[in-house]
Design a binder for this molecule. Structure first.
Ligand code: ZN
Ligand code: ZN
Length: 333
């Protein structure tokens, strides 16, 4: 499940169940992530994408961070069982991120591809459609959906029934290494699979909500554990919100964004659904700046588009927050 040859894969498991083996494995992961923080080039098998950024661009990004800061709350001390209580992560400012030579979008590589995996009801197809719309606005780029992959197409070695819970699960490394990576389109900024079925990272793990590679620009996420898609409108909204969070969080990892430890932020690590539910569907100023740098998008256009997305899909708090952020960037003071 973890290809260490040449140290060229760093997998991120945002949310996982705990088991003794899983805890040991996660410590191993965190060691590699720590190594990444010290020596990013060691882990980036591909050359970071070059894109010209002028000193003025960087000054503008810095200005954006400063204007937005007062709208954001710092993270509190983690409670027992929460991600940061179990993982010692250093966090990363925007300028530390710049020094890490992050993966960026370019003119030739600027599209996010989404491959649905599994069986989808009509409402689940709606979920995929809205998720693609959101990814497109969040990263200010085109999003294309590829042909779905049926479960029958996945070989037995990459499927299992969970031994205790009985859930049908797909092996994440198979999806990343044998489905997405070989077919990565030339213009892909990243390629992500969206599964209706539960995910499983291999021996010692119970499940994962999402899994992404730092360097190969591929990832997978599942809405299996996000709640009912075919229930009431309220249940669909709750499931959609969780799905949008995981989609943007995992894609953030694919443009070299590590977990955030400073502010309440969509890039925070999370150990459980309740913990993830407490986290916002927006980035803090430092992580927002990383998205601006990685994608080259205009901050005001991004906020405007996201505010109208949330208004359209009836997420009032998020719409209000993005409108407030836009007003802050537009204010003369
Ligand atoms: Zn993560
Ligand atoms: Zn952040």
């Amino acid at each position: 499940m973890f290809n260490t040859s040449g140290l060229n894969v760093v997998a991120f498991l945002s949310l996982v169940c705990l088991s003794p083996v899983a805890v040991m494995f996660r410590r191993f992961c965190m060691l590699l992530i720590a190594a990444y923080a010290v020596c990013p080039n060691l882990l980036h098998g591909v050359s970071p994408v070059s894109q010209s950024t002028t000193p003025d661009d960087l000054a503008n990004i810095r200005k954006t961070i400063n204007r937005l800061k007062s709208l954001h709350a710092k993270q509190e001390k983690p409670k027992a069982g929460e991600w940061r209580a179990q993982h010692k992560e250093k966090g990363q400012t925007f300028f530390q991120y710049l020094r890490s030579r992050p993966v960026r979008f370019t003119e030739k590589r600027n599209t996010i591809y989404v491959t649905p995996i599994g069986e989808f009801t009509e409402r689940q197809n709606e979920l995929v459609k809205i998720s693609c719309e959101f990814l497109s606005l969040y990263f200010s780029c085109p999003v294309k959906t590829l042909d779905p992959i049926e479960l029958d197409e996945i070989p037995a070695k990459a499927k299992r029934i969970h031994p205790t819970w009985g859930d049908r699960q797909l092996l994440t490394s198979y999806i990343l290494d044998e489905v997405l990576t070989p077919k990565l389109p030339k213009d892909a900024a990243s390629s992500i699979a969206l599964s209706s079925v539960d995910l499983w990272p291999g021996d010692g793990w119970n499940f994962a909500f999402g899994y992404a590679s730092f360097e190969n620009r591929v990832g997978v996420w599942s809405f299996y554990r996000n709640g009912k898609t075919d229930g009431t409108d309220i249940e669909f909204q709750a499931c959609l919100k969780r799905t949008l969070k995981v989609a943007t969080h995992e894609t953030g990892h694919m443009v070299s964004m590590p977990h955030c430890t400073a502010y309440r932020c969509n890039m925070q690590g999370s150990n459980s659904l309740p913990e993830s539910d407490r986290q916002p569907l927006y980035c803090c100023p430092e992580c927002h700046a990383k998205i601006l740098f990685a994608t080259g998008c205009d901050p005001q256009s991004r906020f405007k588009a996201l505010a109208s997305f949330f208004r359209k899909h009836k997420f009032k708090d998020e719409a209000d927050f993005y409108e407030k952020s836009l007003a802050r960037l537009q204010s003369k003071r």
